[in-house]
Design a protein around this ligand. Structure first.
Ligand code: DC
Length: 223
């Protein structure tokens, strides 16, 4: 059986996960947040005292211990690291920056991409990330590059974190985002870039509902 894949790439804070989640829910597809996998790998390093930038080999040597498991409940995707639910912990800023740093390591990417492709083989999916259109699911039926201005993205991430009662210092969030944008776009392996065949959707001036509708429309057009 051939399943439908909707691939959504874009920078941090463009609204990828909330929009992808809503699109998946309304179509009855499975939402796969690949960023959460990089975040779980970063958390493994943080908890094991591995300095991601300077001790890359240490992390590579222990990759077998990075057991990431994605499970679904009525509330959506939960991420488990070696059997422990880390879904909340991985949203903190230290993990956000760490995720961008582990994501430059080819061995980490290889492991996580395999997991992502396996998941897309078993279901209709909406998968979001940075390299989904170009690398993970190059045959996806729908490809979108979702973006927004840097200011709008930082403001959204700020509102999101404040709402959850988490650390929300706007200037720090903006600086972290700029660091991640640069890191994600300039890395040698699978950098964040719009795939040639992806449709550009700029959400700077769109409401959440408009962004969801826009993507549903793109899906409707190809099915
Ligand atoms: O989408 P996010 O903010 O949760 O992603 C966290 C980091 O993981 C991001 O800075 C870059 C990396 N990432 C990646 O390199 N490739 C993906 N497919 C998803 C995320």
């Amino acid at each position: 059986m051939n399943y439908i894949s909707v691939a959504i790439d874009g920078p941090a804070g463009a609204g990828k996960s909330s929009v992808s989640k809503a699109v998946a829910k309304s179509l009855g597809y499975t939402y796969i947040d690949t960023g959460a996998m990089y975040r779980a790998a970063a958390l493994f390093a943080i908890e094991n005292g591995i300095d991601i930038k300077n001790e890359r080999e240490k992390l590579i040597n222990r990759l077998d211990e990075v057991k990431i498991d994605i499970r679904y409940t009525d509330e959506g995707q939960h991420v488990f690291l070696a059997g422990r639910d880390v879904s909340e912990r991985i949203r903190k800023e230290d993990v956000s920056v760490g995720a961008s740093d582990v994501a430059v390591i080819p061995e980490v990417r290889e492991k996580l991409v395999e997991l992502q492709r396996n998941m897309a083989e078993k279901d209709n999916v909406v998968m979001d990330g940075r390299d989904i259109c170009s690398h993970v699911l190059p045959d996806a039926q729908v490809k979108v590059f979702l973006t927004a201005s840097a200011e709008a993205r930082a403001k959204r991430r700020y509102d999101q974190l404040c709402e959850k009662g988490m650390e929300c210092d706007f200037e720090k969030i903006k600086a972290d985002m700029e660091y991640r944008d640069k890191n994600d776009s300039e890395r040698a392996v699978c950098p964040l870039r719009k795939a040639e065949d992806a449709v550009l959707v700029d959400t700077t001036d769109l409401t959440f509902e408009q962004s969801v509708e826009k993507i549903k429309e793109l899906i409707k057009n190809v099915l």
